[in-house]
Design a protein around this ligand. Structure first.
Ligand SMILES: Nc1ncnc2c1ncn2[C@@H]1O[C@H](COP(=O)(O)OP(=O)(O)OP(=O)(O)O)[C@@H](O)[C@H]1O
Length: 333
């Protein structure tokens, strides 16, 4: 497992990571989420001793990374797929890593096979596409057959088949009892892959919970009702003291009442329903709800913004899709 205790990193005045305390457990895929600049990569670098914490500690299977006798056999990581000598072939890149870490040569062939790079193993990696580079980085992470795996944005640049492959790979690694810690901005993918989530914003821990609990706790679930007899439906709900809000398209939305009860109620009153559908928010909606206050960089949907200082973006508004991805203006805060 990976244990963080008060992990903190300052870069000058900038607090990149702020007293993070959490444990990443084996047997699960743990997703690591946060808006741009939240401190995810810095945290992962400190896990691997590539950056010194300003305060706090991180332990891998009870040991500081520096004290691990065979680091590649304990922890495998993909942090930056471009960190490869471009003049070397995939085979020689991995062979170098294997030889300098006392790993058997046969592992090179095995991991090349696992990631599907065997046909291009002798080609120089500088000619590799983004996706091939990601696969080579994943091969390097798997080389020592480690118990703990860290992946920073592993699906970056992968095609749909590659994304599907890596999803299954992560799940299989976790099912083998390994600790799998993975950051991604692709929420739909994370929703399919991760069992547990750690969410940070501005370096601070915002959530450390199961995927299901995270979505339940940070989003609204409700039942949508549509009837040609909307007026009578409203009256029936009112008589039962069930609060309903009317959406712009004329449908009614009911919170906190199971759809079964609403369906039976409609049937009892002979009401025709054209829709009775439970609505559950997506991971993306829940994520935006939780991190709205922590997003440092806001983009806009193309409307003119003028040349003045940036307006603080209120919670809720910041949670729109424009707050995610195209970072060109820093929030005034
Ligand atoms: N070497 C550095 N020197 C100064 N500031 C840094 C350095 N590395 C990171 N930072 C700052 O620390 C904060 C956290 O950065 P980090 O890259 O860890 O975030 P992140 O969550 O990985 O972001 P992203 O999702 O955009 O990759 C940012 O404000 C970043 O500008």
């Amino acid at each position: 497992m990976i244990e963080l205790d008060g992990l903190t990193k300052h870069y000058g005045d900038k607090v990149a990571v702020d007293h993070l305390t959490f444990t990443v457990r084996p047997g699960l895929v743990t997703g690591f989420l946060g808006p741009n600049g939240a401190g995810k990569s810095t945290t992962m670098r400190m896990m691997l001793d590539l950056d010194n914490p300003t305060a706090g500690s991180v332990r891998i299977d009870g040991e500081h990374y520096r004290r691990l006798t065979d680091p590649l056999r304990s922890v495998g990581a993909l942090l930056d797929a471009k960190a490869v000598h471009g003049g070397r072939s995939a085979y020689h890149h991995l062979l170098c890593l294997a030889q300098s870490n006392g790993l058997p040569r046969r592992r090179v062939g095995e991991v090349l096979d696992t990631v599907g790079l065997t046909p291009v193993a002798r080609k120089r990696s500088k000619g590799f596409s983004l996706g091939m580079g990601q696969r080579l980085g994943i091969a390097a992470a798997l080389l020592g057959d480690p118990r703990v795996l860290l992946f920073d944005e592993p699906v970056n640049g992968l095609d749909p088949e590659g994304i599907h492959w890596i999803r299954n790979l992560m799940k299989n690694l976790a099912a083998q009892g390994r600790t799998v810690f993975v950051s991604s901005h692709l929420m739909s993918e994370m929703a399919l892959t991760a069992d547990h989530l750690v969410v940070i914003g501005r370096g601070r821990l915002l959530a450390d919970t199961s995927m299901a609990e995270f979505i339940r706790g940070n989003s609204r679930s409700y039942v949508r009702l549509r009837s040609p007899e909307a007026e009578r439906l409203r009256d029936v709900l009112h008589a039962e003291r069930i609060a309903a809000t009317e959406a712009a398209d004329g449908t009614l939305e009911v919170d906190g009442v199971p759809s079964e009860r609403l369906g039976e109620l409609a049937a009892r009153h002979g009401l025709v329903l054209h829709e009775l559908s439970p609505q559950q928010a997506s991971l993306e909606e829940a994520f935006m709800q939780l991190t709205a206050e922590s997003v440092e960089y806001h983009a806009h949907d193309g409307e003119p913004v003028g040349g003045g200082p940036a307006e603080p973006v209120p919670p809720g508004v910041a949670a729109g899709p424009g707050g995610w991805g195209g970072d060109w203006r820093k929030k005034g805060s």
